[in-house]
Write a protein that binds this ligand. Structure first.
Ligand code: AKG
Ligand code: FE2
Length: 201
C-alpha cells in the first residue's frame, strides 16, 4: 500500500512516526549534490558475514562525522572522515527541518537495481533508545519498504524521490524493519544519506 500522497507529509503509524518531504531539495541542487557526492566520496565495499558465510555488501558505503566515533553495525566497523562542504550544508538544512542535531552521516550508493539493503532496523546501541534518523535520497527513485515486527497487516512502501527527506522517529527502530529491495528493472544509481546522532554509551 502506498501511504503518502504528494502533499501528505506526516504519518503516525503504530509505534512509529514517519515524516516525508518529497521536495526537500530543489531538482537542480539535488542533481548537483548527486554528482559531487558520487565523485568526491571515498566509497568502501565491505564484506559482511551472514550465518558464517562472507559476502560483499550489495552496495557501497561511506561514513562521515564530527565525533570521530566509529560506527558498528552487523560485523562492520566504520571510521568517520570529516564532513565535506556539501555534507555540512545538507546537515544544517536537515537539522533545521527536524529540530535535531546530528553528528554522523552514513552514505549508501546503490549502483543499480542489483544493489540493495536487506530487512533491518537501525537499532545499534550507539544510536540510543528512540533515535531520530533523517534520510536524504538523491538519484534514481527506489521504494522504501517497512513492516511492523508483530502486526502483520502493517506493511507499507514509500517511493523515495530525488531530493526527498524522510524522517524516522519514535519507537520505529524497535517495532519496525525497513529495506531497499533489489529490482530487475534497468535503473541508474541512487545515493542515500542517513543522518544519525551517535552518543556516548
Ligand atoms: O537507502 C535507504 O533509503 C535506506 C538506508 C538504510 O536503511 C540504512 O542505511 O540504514
Ligand atoms: Fe536503515
Amino acid at each position: 500500500m502506498d501511504l503518502f500522497s504528494k502533499k501528505k507529509e506526516f504519518l503516525k503509524l503504530p509505534n512509529a512516526q514517519l515524516i516525508y518531504f518529497p521536495n526537500f531539495i530543489s531538482r537542480p541542487k539535488a542533481d548537483e549534490y548527486f554528482n559531487t557526492i558520487n565523485k568526491e566520496t571515498n566509497w568502501q565495499h565491505d564484506d559482511i558475514t551472514v550465518f558464517g558465510k562472507t559476502y560483499k555488501q550489495p552496495r557501497l558505503t561511506a561514513l562521515y562525522g564530527a565525533s570521530g566515533k566509529p560506527y558498528r553495525y552487523s560485523d562492520i566497523i566504520m571510521y568517520p572522515e570529516p564532513f565535506t562542504y556539501d555534507l555540512k550544508i545538507i546537515k544544517k538544512e536537515v537539522e533545521t527541518k527536524s529540530q535535531v542535531k546530528f553528528n554522523t552521516v552514513l552514505i549508501n550508493l546503490y549502483r543499480n537495481g542489483s544493489d540493495s539493503n536487506g530487512w533491518h532496523a537501525d537499532n545499534e546501541k550507539e544510536l540510543g533508545k528512540n533515535p531520530v534518523i533523517a534520510s536524504i535520497s538523491l538519484g534514481e527513485e527506489r521504494p522504501f519498504h517497512f513492516k511492523h515486527r508483530k502486526l502483520k497487516t502493517e506493511r507499507h512502501k514509500l517511493l523515495l524521490q530525488h531530493g526527498s527527506l524522510l524522517i524516522m522517529k519514535g519507537e520505529m527502530q524497535h517495532f519496525w524493519l525497513h529495506q531497499i529491495a533489489k529490482t530487475k528493472k534497468e535503473i541508474g544509481p541512487r545515493i542515500n544519506l542517513t543522518f544519525r546522532k551517535l552518543i556516548d554509551q
